[in-house]
Design a protein around this ligand. Structure first.
Ligand SMILES: [Zn+2]
Length: 119
């Protein structure tokens, strides 16, 4: 079983910043910017070729919400969405990266980011 299925099953802890019936949004453990998040469908889909359009649309609607949250709470200056497949995909469970970008990079601890986003 891949690490994201284990997180969804509650076998591995994660810093969850958003959840609904279809997806879980967690903070990336190796962030490329404060608030780097992963949107993960709760049902296992391997990649872009495996996932259905309805779930894909839902994931992108959640990306808008998360983008708003990151802008409101972390004051990022831009957002990059990234989705990898095949040889560039590390975990073989579909996930969309939401990577906030800042004019000035000032990396803060993931725990601190989590506290800001949870309150
Ligand atoms: Zn999985």
């Amino acid at each position: 079983m891949d690490i994201f299925c284990k997180i969804i099953n509650g076998e591995i802890p994660s810093k969850t910043i958003y959840e609904d019936d279809k997806v879980l949004v967690i903070l990336d453990v190796n962030p490329r910017g404060n608030g780097h998040s992963l949107i993960i469908p709760k049902k296992h889909y391997k990649d872009l070729y495996d996932i259905d359009n309805e779930t894909l649309i839902h994931i992108f609607s959640v990306a808008k919400k998360i983008g708003d949250m990151l802008e409101d709470k972390l004051h990022c200056n831009g957002i990059t969405l990234e989705q990898n497949n095949g040889i560039c995909q590390e975990v073989k469970h579909f996930h969309l990266h939401v990577i906030p970008r800042y004019k000035y990079d000032d990396i803060i601890d993931v725990d601190e980011v989590y506290n800001i986003l949870k309150h």
